[in-house]
Design a protein. Structure first.
Length: 101
């Protein structure tokens, strides 16, 4: 689970990224989830665009993407979803530390 500080950091990192996947009329499917898992392993942080012709609600699509890829939903702004999943082999992003009391 990401803290607010970590989510802010990831939103700032994702600001300059372009969406690399699109969810269209067909919605979320298994092939898309498999591809997203591979891309998340390589990049850790990605944007996915939900097209206007997508029949499902954008919140449902965002949750399906996060659950299917086992990634953290960083942000859903407009029709753009930002996902983060820590890579096992290609760790590039260092998250801010969680303050302990």
């Amino acid at each position: 689970m990401l803290t607010g500080k970590q989510k802010r950091f990831l939103r700032a990192e994702a600001h300059h990224l372009d969406p690399i996947f699109q969810v269209g009329k067909g919605g979320v499917n298994d092939a898309m989830i498999a591809q997203l898992r591979d891309v998340l392993e390589a990049r850790e942080l990605i944007k996915v665009r939900i097209l206007d012709n997508c029949e499902e609600d954008k919140n449902v699509v965002a949750e399906e993407l996060a659950a299917g890829t086992r990634a953290e939903l960083v942000q859903l702004i407009g029709l753009t979803v930002v996902l983060y999943k820590e890579s096992r082999n290609n760790k590039k992003i260092v998250l801010p530390k969680v303050a302990t009391k």
